[in-house]
Design a protein around this ligand. Structure first.
Ligand code: NAD
Ligand code: TYD
Length: 347
């Protein structure tokens, strides 16, 4: 594994992963292959492109779609790719509820195109970045284990599940060296402010209300993005071919508790909280059992609270990054999703 094609490498987790891998493995070369949708942002890789100039063989960038089989084949040949790590996806549940089409294109068909290219070019490894949402919302005290049945409930989760199933099929049918990791909710630098934590931090900085869906008692495992990147690295180097690994803290936190920590770190009042009409089909709880990855020697480094506070401070210190986004296409999106949403009293 030396020449890695990181699809979706200009997005949130992908750009953190690229920075992490270039820093950790001086003999690896990284190709970012990204379509640059609204979520792909050259600013996410600004320091990387400044450090590895156009002549540096360690870093390259191709702007293209993973659904374009010719462009994928061309990139694999031109950059002698031996490994694909597929982050490229449509990723936001609320957008998948409004417009599922792009989710089916990229997360399902695009994954198939990459798997087929990996097979035809005889790549050493294909790694699929997946999500805890494939397990659906889970009940009681159960923590999802990798062998649990998948039960996705949103168009986003269903499209990611299809990608996982196709990856497994390529392993079983063609012997393609596939691994899959299923991450919990990531937070940290460069997350597009449609996702809850960057949305709430940036709203709160400007004293704009925080639209908490329903009663706010849904539970998520908010993990720091670099803990997730380290987990992916461990799966790539020590994981078993054909296997799936959960990556998260193994814990869970109520959304209202997350909001309390976020407001406390900013020194802003709870009066900013607005309970609004719930998301249709909102998953109440995700929680992962991460023992399988821990058995390979990995441990998360941040608690939920540390991850949330560190993330809040990054957005406070990096207004240059998010103000541009929030003044662009985002305004239309915000109006469409939240404009007519009823304020509710959850009690
Ligand atoms: P993101 O939305 O920030 O970035 C997605 C990236 O993929 C963007 O750079 C975008 O331009 C690119 N992309 C989209 N469609 C493409 C296409 N057709 N061809 C090429 N590039 C395309 O996403 P993220 O939050 O960084 O998530 C990355 C991966 O991790 C996704 O597969 C997602 O399902 C998974 N994941 C995310 C989380 C999370 O909390 N964000 C948790 C678990 C798993
Ligand atoms: P999100 O960041 O969209 O991730 P996911 O739905 O994939 O877990 O949302 C995280 C949690 O925050 C989820 O329970 C939905 C909730 N949420 C709100 O309460 N208000 C919001 O405006 C958003 C975007 C999310």
């Amino acid at each position: 594994m030396k020449n890695i094609m990181v699809t979706g490498g200009a997005g949130f987790i992908g750009s953190n992963f690229v920075r992490y891998m270039l820093g950790k493995y001086p003999d690896y070369r990284i190709l970012v292959y990204d379509k640059m949708t609204y979520a792909g942002n050259p600013d996410n890789l600004l320091d990387v492109t400044a450090m590895y100039g156009a002549d540096d063989p360690r870093f390259d960038f191709v702007k293209a779609d993973i659904c374009d089989a010719n462009a994928v084949a061309d990139a694999i040949t031109r950059f002698s790719i031996d490994t694909i790590v597929n982050f490229a996806a449509e990723t936001h549940v609320d957008r998948s509820i409004m417009d599922p089409d792009a989710f089916i294109q990229t997360d399902v068909y695009g994954t198939y195109v990459l798997l087929e290219a990996a097979r035809r070019h005889g790549l050493e490894r294909y790694h699929q970045i997946s999500t805890d949402e494939v397990y659906g919302h889970i009940h009681g005290d159960h923590r999802s284990v990798e062998t649990d049945a998948v039960a996705p409930r949103s168009p986003y989760a269903a499209s990611k599940t299809s990608g996982d199933l196709m990856a497994v099929a390529y392993y079983v049918t063609y012997g393609l060296p596939v691994t899959i990791s299923r991450g919990a909710n990531n937070i940290g630098p460069y997350q597009y402010p449609e996702k809850v934590i960057p949305l709430f931090v940036t709203n709160a900085i400007d004293d704009i209300p925080l639209p908490v869906y329903g009663d706010g008692k849904q539970r998520r495992d908010y993990q720091y993005v670099l803990d997730h990147c380290e987990g992916i690295d461990v799966v790539l180097h020590r994981g078993q071919i054909g296997e799936t690994y959960n990556i998260g803290t193994g814990g869970e936190m109520e959304n209202l508790r997350m909001v309390e920590i976020l407001l406390d770190e900013l020194g802003k009042p709870p009066s900013l909280i607005r309970h609004v009409e719930d998301r249709p089909g909102h998953d109440r709880r995700y929680c992962l059992n991460v023992d399988k990855l821990k058995a390979l020697g990995w441990e998360p480094r941040h608690s939920h609270e540390e991850a949330i506070r560190k993330t809040v401070r990054w957005y406070v210190d990096n207004e240059w990054w998010w103000r541009k986004i929030k003044s662009g296409e985002f305004k239309e999106y915000y109006k469409r999703l939240y404009g007519d949403r009823k304020v509710i009293n959850p009690a």
